[in-house]
Design a protein around this ligand. Structure first.
Ligand code: AMP
Length: 440
């Protein structure tokens, strides 16, 4: 009985609660209604009242839960009372830090949407592009600034940014910021901000480092959770197709072509794997692009834009590159390889079935990954459906796969001479530094 209560209470609450009942003003309600939202998401229901009370908040929420509106709406609500009193230039009141340029741009888009019927001004700064237009906008004065840490510090050092009016700080996807090595920048930024402010930290996972960071600047935070990590998978139809390693690419091609799927996110464990698969899909006449940390900003933006507008059907991504991408209503996610960290599986499949729609998560699994599948089942506390597609039967034993891996490794260590000749002839994209293969 308690299980039923835990599972359904948030859904029941969502049905009965409205944005009006959260105490948001007409200007915000109008923007919400224009955007087409009818009911607050669970994270919004939990976070908005706490933020409106002025509390610091520590939130466990990943992309796809509606977390951006969860912090933006109450932030705007708090500022609304004080608008219209700008003497001289506006001072930045709110700083929203994000790990990537893509996420920063998406958050700004959301902030602009929700503040459309207010006179609050917002902008974004991130690296990889000319700073002059950003400086020009900042000089005109903004209330809300969305930023990636590096460019923010650069601009602050140039004297373009004044932090003295900051009342509100959001660290969005804090775990990813730490993964990307931003801890020092974050600490520097925290030291520059006025000490009296409201702080929010959003993170999908809570490592020791995140907890330490949270303790260092949150003041008696309210804890809110979007959905326990092991229940986010409930809406998603999940299946495992068992096959041989060498058959995976053709199986993916078959599924996408025969299913006529035209918006598929495929996860690989390595950047090299993402490139290789995307090239093979292209050869099979499937419009594909790879997105990972080695791609230039321009290439990443083009790939994402193409995927959103439909000129690219398949986006092949590594775990880190995919986090933070806002791709609504994604019908299919394919795990080309299972992640060795079960929580990453939950993040991956969380990309489908968003905003109430159902999605399908397919995992193509070879014998050496069965242990990962068991780890995932343990985390989710479910048994994943597993089947075989005729023509793609798994025939390799674990021993065979492991020996092949060992042979490849030995050949690689010998510098790719002898039997790995065909591989070593390829450009060194996989290559030269083996350890890099395991970085995402
Ligand atoms: P986020 O987790 O902030 O990246 O939001 C994920 C997606 O959900 C975005 O496309 C939002 O526009 C959408 N969204 C946010 N809040 C709601 C809501 N209350 N109802 C429906 N969709 C929403």
């Amino acid at each position: 009985m308690p299980l039923i209560k835990n599972r359904f209470l948030p859904i029941l609450l969502t049905l009965f609660m409205s944005f009006q009942s959260l105490g948001l003003s007409d200007a915000l309600l109008k923007a919400i209604s224009k955007k087409g939202y009818t009911t607050p998401s669970p994270i919004q229901l939990k976070a908005i009242p706490k933020i409106l009370e002025g509390r610091d908040v520590l939130a466990s929420a990943q992309t796809g839960t509606g977390k951006t509106a969860g912090f933006t709406l109450p932030m705007l609500q708090q500022f609304l009372a004080n608008t219209g009193q700008h003497q001289g230039r506006r001072k930045i009141k709110s700083l929203i830090l994000t790990p990537t340029r893509e996420l920063a741009a998406q958050v700004l888009e959301d902030v602009k949407t929700y503040s459309e019927f207010t006179d609050l001004k917002s902008t974004v700064v991130f690296g990889g592009v000319n700073a002059n237009p950003q400086i020009k906008t900042l000089r005109q004065g903004v209330d809300i600034l969305v930023a990636t840490p590096g460019r923010l510090l650069d601009l602050h050092n140039q004297g373009v940014i004044n932090f003295s009016g900051i009342q509100f700080l959001v660290l969005d996807e804090a775990d990813r910021m730490l993964d990307m090595g931003f801890l020092r920048d974050i600490k520097r930024i925290l030291a520059l901000l006025p000490s009296k402010r409201q702080n929010l930290l959003f993170s999908a996972t809570f490592s020791k480092e995140i907890k330490t960071l949270a303790n260092s600047f949150l003041d008696n935070p309210a804890m809110v959770e979007a959905a326990p990590q092991n229940t986010t998978a409930e809406k998603v139809d999940q299946i495992i197709y068992r096959t041989n390693k060498g058959l995976k690419t053709n199986l993916v091609i078959k599924l996408i072509t025969e299913g006529n799927w035209n918006q598929v996110l495929v996860f690989t464990r390595t950047k090299h794997g993402a490139n290789k698969l995307s090239q093979k899909l292209e050869k099979a006449d499937i419009k594909a692009a790879a997105i990972h940390g080695n791609k230039s900003q321009g290439a990443r933006t083009r790939a994402l834009a193409g995927f959103k507008e439909g000129s690219i059907s398949v986006l092949v991504a590594t775990d880190i590159a995919a986090r933070g991408l806002d791709i609504p209503l994604l019908p299919h996610v394919i795990n080309f390889e299972l992640p060795n960290i079960p929580e990453d599986y939950v993040h991956r499949i969380g990309r489908t079935g968003r905003a109430g729609a159902s999605g399908k998560a397919i995992s193509i699994v070879s014998v050496d990954e069965y242990a990962y599948a068991r780890g995932i089942e343990k985390l989710l506390n479910i048994k994943l459906e597993s089947t075989v597609i005729p023509g793609f039967e798994p025939t390799e034993s674990l021993h065979e796969v492991e020996s092949k891996k060992a042979e490849n490794k030995a050949a690689h260590n010998r510098g790719g001479r002898n039997n790995s000749r065909s591989q070593s002839n390829k450009p060194s994209q996989d290559g030269s530094k083996k350890r890099r293969n395991f970085r995402r």
